[in-house]
Design a protein around this ligand. Structure first.
Ligand SMILES: [Zn+2]
Length: 395
């Protein structure tokens, strides 16, 4: 078999999907300056230049484009940069970082990666909330705008510019993309309230759960989890400490999730209001992780005596004593425990999202639904959710 027919066969039948390069965190974050190979589910023969597949396509405007705002909506019909094209083997991991085509491919693969992960929890494909109008999400990877937005049929990514004017495109920031795709996923799963988006807890709940989608997706980078656990030597609560020195981890998702805000402590601002719910769900991952460490005798069972909501310096040190040596001895079993804790929470979340009524949505209602969905998996999980929502003053 010669090379060309081998490549041709791969293009047609690769059940593994297609390789792209992704940065698990924005490339300026220390320790994350190299992109990593990631497989997305679309096989090479189902990808077109752009990149594009059945549900997503990139259009990279050649001239400066205004951000979409009703009634200005897709499709974008102006001139575009040459699209990213697959290499001879059908994959997209040959593109050079720094080129428009690399950026286009990065934005595309990040979106598809989020869909792959959420759909793997759902067990079926997500139908876009805009499917009645558009078949495919239009991704605009570069707009001169210090923001990002996901709207009806589009995802637009702006650029952050430092004092030196150097561009940090959000198209290379997996966290920003996953958060925006999170909004689109949530709209697709439980819709919009008839009475408008700024009613009750709807907006704050959306922010919280888009952050959680980003966090869960980050926790699917194999190397991301390794780095996370090594940073804190198996003591996830330490991340709160590391967060104060943000450049050490740079992980915005963790910084947001590892917060200790209760409902009575937040302002009316939508992002502020979203934090207690995000924190309660993150704490449920942490407590599920601790329960597994103790149960499997991977760490001292006295670990469970520490109240994770209220840890002073002395307790933090005790916690680290219980985990650090044990983690160094069995890092991969720690990782397995964390992956399981992540997945049980993610499964309950996707079930809850599908049961929510957007017109009656409140944090309390969502928390109760999540406890019920957790209970269907295990009473222990339901109890963990409940304790964490109670502490946050959500239930
Ligand atoms: Zn948002």
């Amino acid at each position: 078999m010669d090379d060309s027919s081998a490549a041709g066969e791969d293009r047609v039948s690769s059940p593994l999907g297609t390789r792209f390069l992704l940065y698990p965190q924005a490339p300026y974050v220390s320790g994350y300056d190299k992109p990593e190979p990631v497989w997305i589910s679309t096989p090479p023969d189902r990808l077109r230049p752009g990149p594009a597949n059945r549900r997503l396509h990139v259009r990279d405007p050649l001239l400066e484009k205004e951000p979409y705002e009703y009634p200005y909506l897709p499709p974008f019909v102006g001139e575009v940069y040459p699209p990213a094209e697959a290499g001879p083997d059908g994959h997209f991991d040959h593109l050079s970082p720094g080129t428009r085509q690399f950026i286009a491919a990065h934005a595309f693969a990040s979106v598809q990666r989020v869909l792959d992960i959420v759909e793997s929890y759902l067990g079926h494909e997500i139908v876009w909330h805009f499917a009645g109008t558009y078949d495919s999400l239009e991704i605009i990877p570069w707009v001169e705008w210090r923001n990002a937005q996901s709207g009806y049929g589009f995802l637009e990514l702006g650029v952050d510019r430092g004092a030196d004017g150097e561009a940090a495109p959000f198209a290379l920031n997996f966290d920003v993309i996953a958060h925006e795709v999170g909004h689109a996923v949530l709209f697709s799963l439980f819709g919009m309230p008839e009475s408008g988006l700024d009613r009750g807890d709807f907006g704050a709940f959306h922010e919280s759960n888009s952050d959680l989608i980003s966090l869960l997706c980050f926790m699917h980078f194999d190397t991301g989890l390794d780095r996370l656990l090594r940073h804190c030597e198996g003591n996830l609560l330490m991340l709160n400490e590391l967060n104060r020195i943000a450049e050490l981890t740079g992980d915005r998702q963790i910084r947001l999730a590892g917060n200790s805000r209760r409902m009575s402590e937040v302002s009316g601002e939508i992002h502020d209001q979203s934090r207690p719910f995000t924190g309660a769900v993150f704490d449920t991952i942490v407590s599920g992780f601790h329960a597994r460490l103790a149960e499997r005798e991977l760490a001292d069972a006295r670990l469970l005596e520490i109240d994770i909501h209220d840890v002073d310096a002395a307790q933090m040190q005790r916690l680290s004593q219980f985990t650090a040596g044990a983690f160094r001895a069995r890092p991969y079993l720690f990782k397995t425990a964390l992956v399981e804790a992540r997945d049980e929470v993610a499964l309950a979340l996707v079930q809850a999202w599908q049961r929510l009524d957007p017109d009656r949505l409140s944090f309390a209602e969502a928390a109760m639904t999540l406890c019920e969905c957790g209970d269907a998996a295990s009473p222990e999980l339901a109890a963990r959710f409940e304790a964490n929502f109670l502490w946050r003053e959500i239930l």
